[in-house]
Design a protein around this ligand. Structure first.
Ligand SMILES: [Zn+2]
Length: 310
């Protein structure tokens, strides 16, 4: 299996358009020192030809144009795509906005829980994906229940504690019954993914609100784990922009501290431990920082745009 990281930044990307924090400023002035990053996006393939996307980032058009393996081929006619399907792990805007960039009458297959599907269907923008018959095919997936892609990759959705995106909560599109469905069928709003092929296992969990025993034992069975690296510390966002929330309150265990991911996952023996979904406020973005050194010394890597794991 080929697994590619096409973007590694948290929502907003790096630098973020309205941010002049030290890191965003440094990234704009000295990109050779602190590299810019696109918003989180991953893709995988069992044969290097047919690809599946994990979510659809707002930077997706650019991510496709910088990776030839995701581009159409004139050998297959004037309109085609090697993208066989898109697996959605939540209905957050950062994960689904790119779907709107994939309209152009292209048939698409989207794998999602019923709750995520209903959340998108309640938004009229997404009707652009259903303008002609058979344009959009939904495949329902269930937390904890494995399904096979392309006959080779076994994909298991991992339930992650998480709520509906802000836009889908009360006073948003409540009248559509999304919140009722979320309450009736919990565990469908946010997922991680476990991918297995050729006896190898990879866990993709860019959002970790809590390090549970279940998560830990799954990580222990993997050859590679990609973990929530949004924040270094709980108060980091709040310190940069006052009035913004603490990391844990928005569902991200920070990297540092006794109860941070580095400490809580110190025992994990997986050969490859990588942080992804790095927020523009996270000091590890500067490879000269003490925080970056701590991460590397602890046996972790900071994922980079364009990385491929085979
Ligand atoms: Zn910033």
């Amino acid at each position: 299996m080929n697994f590619k990281l096409l973007g590694t930044a948290a929502g907003g990307g790096f630098p973020q358009w309205n941010c002049a924090c030290n890191l965003c400023d440094l990234c704009r002035k000295s990109p050779e020192i602190v590299r810019p990053r696109l918003q989180l996006q991953a893709a995988f393939s069992s044969d290097g030809e047919k690809w599946f996307l994990i979510n659809a980032s707002p930077d997706l058009r650019f991510q496709i144009e910088t990776h030839p393996e995701l581009q159409p081929s004139a050998l297959h006619g004037k309109r085609n795509t090697p993208i066989q399907g898109i697996i959605l792990t939540s209905a957050d805007l950062d994960q689904v906005l790119g779907l709107l960039l994939l309209r152009e009458f292209q048939p698409l297959t989207v794998y999602a829980t019923r709750l995520i599907r209903r959340t998108l269907e309640a938004n009229s923008f997404f009707r652009m994906l259903e303008r002609v018959p058979n344009q959009l095919t939904w495949v329902e997936i269930h937390p904890g229940k494995a399904f096979t892609l392309d006959g080779k990759v076994i994909c298991t959705p991992i339930p992650i504690p998480g709520s509906l995106p802000f836009y889908a909560r009360k006073s948003g599109i409540h009248e559509s019954g999304i919140e009722d469905l979320a309450a009736k069928e919990p565990g469908q709003a946010a997922l991680g993914l476990l991918l297995e092929a050729d006896g190898r296992r990879l866990a993709y969990t860019p959002s970790v609100p809590e390090v549970t025993d279940t998560l830990r034992s799954m990580y222990n069975s993997c050859d590679a784990i990609l973990v929530d690296g949004t924040f270094w510390s709980d108060a980091e966002l709040n310190r940069t922009h006052s009035g913004t929330p603490m990391a844990r309150s928005i569902g991200h265990v920070p990297m540092s501290g006794e109860d941070g991911t580095i400490a809580l996952l110190a025992e994990i023996t997986s050969p490859r431990k990588t942080f992804v979904h790095i927020n523009n406020t996270n000091p590890v973005l500067d490879t000269r920082s003490a925080e970056y050194k701590t991460v590397i010394d602890a046996g972790w890597q900071i994922g980079q745009d364009g990385w491929q794991l085979n």
